[in-house]
Design a protein around this ligand. Structure first.
Ligand code: PGA
Length: 247
């Protein structure tokens, strides 16, 4: 299993970051899961260059630009140069801030061109009874992948994160049955975009109120490859419990 800890902007001190990185390194020695930390960019600069553990690092976003007169942008070569392995793209909190399908597709291309593995986030705002939410998710996947070469498409990790389940508690997360159904749908969409059997190898993650209380049931019910965890990943007790629950 792949566990990606999305620290969002929760971690604002070096002390807290140090503690969480040390914890992840200790946990990594005792689990079969691959642990990925996604702190804010400056912390990637602090921890990734000297990292010799099996923990890896993800950025929470990447610029659609390359070097030049772009104040405030953090480009893919900078992140890759510091030692980030992955980058989260299209998180709902960024889409809400105005990111379009086009911008997200550009970010996917930039990331892949610099050997960062994109973790593409998709997910509907709400469920409806006539399946419109499925169309939304299909569009989010298709618009981000269709601009890529077949080889690049096969490097993408997909994270399904329904917005209605983000930042709540385990009781309000998706049910294992609904997740299993959704993963079948995601794999169907991926099969249309990826050649032959390679869509079956795409890693699919779930995110949205994953907590120690529900992670095992979710992992057991659906054929998923891991989790993108927000709030529970910045609480040391919860994070340790999450990792142990999958070990
Ligand atoms: P959450 O966030 O675990 O706090 O719901 C997940 C995410 O937004 O990536």
């Amino acid at each position: 299993m792949l566990i990606v800890a999305n620290w969002k902007a929760y971690v604002e001190t070096r002390k807290k970051a140090d503690a969480l990185v040390s914890l992840a390194k200790r946990l990594a020695k005792k689990t079969n899961s691959a642990l990925v930390l996604a702190p804010s960019d400056p912390f990637i600069g602090v921890f990734a260059p000297k990292n010799i553990s099996s923990v890896s690092f993800a950025a929470q976003d990447v610029s659609h630009t390359l070097g030049g007169a772009h104040t405030g942008e953090v480009t893919a070569p900078v992140l890759a140069g510091l030692g980030a392995t992955y980058v989260i793209i299209g998180h709902s909190e960024r889409r809400r801030a105005g990111e379009s399908y086009l911008l997200i597709a550009e970010k996917m291309q930039r990331a892949l061109a610099h050997n960062l593995i994109p973790i593409l986030c998709v997910g509907e705002e709400a469920r409806d009874t006539d399946g419109k939410y499925l169309t939304v998710v299909r569009e989010e996947i298709t618009s981000a992948l269709e601009v890529l070469s077949p080889k690049d498409r096969s490097r993408v990790i997909l994270a399904y994160e329904p917005l209605w389940a983000i930042g709540k508690s385990a009781a309000e997360a998706i049910t294992p049955t609904d997740l299993a159904e959704m993963v079948l749908y995601l794999r169907k969409v991926l099969a249309e975009l990826l050649p032959g059997k390679s869509s079956g190898r795409t890693k699919v993650l779930y995110g949205g109120s994953v907590e120690p209380e529900n992670i095992r049931d979710l992992a057991g019910a659906a054929s998923i490859d891991g989790f993108l965890v927000g709030h529970a990943s910045v609480d040391p007790t919860s994070f340790a419990a999450l990792v142990r629950a999958l070990s």
